[in-house]
Design a protein around this ligand. Structure first.
Ligand SMILES: Cc1cc2nc3c(=O)[nH]c(=O)nc-3n(C[C@H](O)[C@H](O)[C@H](O)COP(=O)(O)OP(=O)(O)OC[C@H]3O[C@@H](n4cnc5c(N)ncnc54)[C@H](O)[C@@H]3O)c2cc1C
Length: 422
């Protein structure tokens, strides 16, 4: 079952696929039915490859069906750190790839007529006066180094776009935006199936055998193929320990209000942009196609939301939009964000014919779709974009367990304190 989210209750698709039963063959097997997996499946199936996609639960069950849906330029990081990590030439290419990813979303929504409420406009807002300089430098860097026409807004201009008086400045990106992530993912999946991809749900891969032909086993069947794509992201669990130590699953939580009354609609995000703030433990929010406010944030150690989540979110909403002090909530849910050391995605190969992608660090709406397409192109022999993604530096994280949880808890307390003082 999908998480009990607003996305599940407003889903426009009723796709349903049986579990794999028996032993079958394919050109490419894909593990994971999120944006990475379905994007790769679509691209390959359209090129005539026999594709089998195995999903442990249901398509879009993972982060892709739970996310904030924000379309954000930049490959996880949008400025100085991308430059520091990759050097000027590769940082420019990586940024460009993310822009290609945004364009790919627009083209696919149009081409497959995906009903995902795609909207343009995205804002990064300065939550403290002390954050304005950093935001200004980030905007200048994007303009000068990446030739990207993002704009710095002052407090008044920011209030006009957000409807809130609490921010000190903003970076305005008219090219970013937001969408209904479950409908988008399922729209891509439906297009992949129409192009010939075979999808099996409730088919968790338990074991991978590597070799010239890869073999993956589920409880009731197996698939052998020339290529394998591992796209389980933060839900892969212990299937591939070699890559999991580079990524930490961190819980993130979202609450959806009831649709705002007509009288309040123009007062809350009149620009209809997606918004996130500059805090370490940042809030992210947007309105959906029916005028609800979807407010996300508050990271945690587990996928389980805190009991008083709506109360916590209500306080944050009221602090930003006092007119919504008594607004009711329709749904609240959570999901695992796969965070890497440098908050940039991790792409690579486990063998010459086994590709993986994960760790989008909360920026996967653009990069998972683009990354899946890059893997598909590499399988077809056009590997330049994938090689660039492979060059993103990574660093192993401390092993999971009590120590890891304690370290993460300490980091969250530290970030909370810093966020409180600016
Ligand atoms: C609460 C939340 C808010 C977010 N907000 C944003 C946002 O606003 N903007 C943004 O850009 N990004 C955001 N993200 C991140 C974004 O959603 C992800 O980066 C992206 O969806 C990752 O897609 P994916 O396909 O790689 O992984 P997922 O969507 O997680 O898909 C992985 C799938 O693999 C399946 N799987 C795992 N193991 C196996 C196995 N052994 N066998 C078979 N199947 C398996 C899982 O069941 C799952 O369905 C958010 C994430 C969360 C959780």
């Amino acid at each position: 079952m999908h998480a009990d989210s607003l996305y599940a209750s407003t889903c426009r698709y009723s796709l349903d696929f049986a579990a794999l039963a028996g032993d079958i063959h394919a050109d490419v097997t894909i593990i994971g039915g999120g944006m990475t997996g379905v994007s790769a499946a679509l691209e390959l199936a359209e090129q005539g490859y026999r594709v089998v996609l195995l999903e442990a639960e249901q398509l879009a069950w993972g982060a892709s069906g739970r996310s904030g849906g924000q379309i954000i330029a930049g490959a996880g990081e949008n400025g100085a750190s991308l430059l520091k990590l990759l050097g000027q030439a590769d940082a420019r290419k990586a940024f460009q790839l993310s822009l290609e990813g945004i364009e790919l979303i627009r083209q696919r929504v149009e081409r497959y007529q995906i009903p995902c409420d795609l909207q343009s406009g995205q804002l990064e807002v300065a939550a403290h006066a002390s954050h304005v300089d950093h935001l200004r430098r980030s905007v200048e860097l994007q303009q000068q180094t990446f030739d990207y026409p993002v704009q710095l807004l002052d407090a008044g201009q920011t209030a006009a776009k957000t409807g809130s008086l609490v921010y000190h400045a903003a970076a305005w990106d008219p090219n970013g935006g937001h969408l209904h992530p479950m409908n988008y993912t399922l729209g891509l999946a439906q297009a992949a199936v129409a192009a010939g991809a075979q999808v099996y749900e409730h088919s968790q891969v338990r074991k991978i055998h590597y070799g010239p032909k890869t073999l993956v086993k589920t409880d009731q069947g197996s698939v052998s193929s020339d290529f394998l794509v591992v796209a389980g992201n933060a839900y892969l669990d212990k299937l591939v320990p070699d890559i999991e130590r580079y990524m930490m699953p961190v819980g993130s939580y979202i609450c959806a209000t009831v649709p705002l009354p007509d009288s309040l609609q123009p007062t809350v995000i009149p620009s209809n942009a997606a918004v996130f703030d500059t805090r370490n433990l940042f809030s992210y929010y947007r309105k959906d196609g029916d005028g609800r406010l979807l407010w996300g944030g508050r990271v945690g150690l587990t996928n389980k939301p805190p009991k008083n989540l709506p109360g916590i979110m209500q306080k944050r909403i009221a602090a930003t939009f006092p007119q919504l002090g008594n607004i009711g909530f329709e749904k609240s849910w959570s999901g695992n964000v796969a965070v890497t050391r440098y908050r940039t995605p991790h792409f690579g190969k486990l063998a010459s014919n086994v590709f993986f992608a994960h760790g989008y660090s909360g920026h996967g709406v653009v990069m998972a779709g683009m990354g899946g397409a890059c893997i598909a192109r590499a399988i077809q022999g056009q590997a330049e974009q994938f090689r660039l993604l492979e060059r993103f530096p990574v660093m192993p994280l401390p092993s999971r367990g009590i120590l890891h949880s304690a370290a993460l808890a300490a980091a969250m307390i530290w970030f909370r304190l810093r966020d409180a003082v600016g």
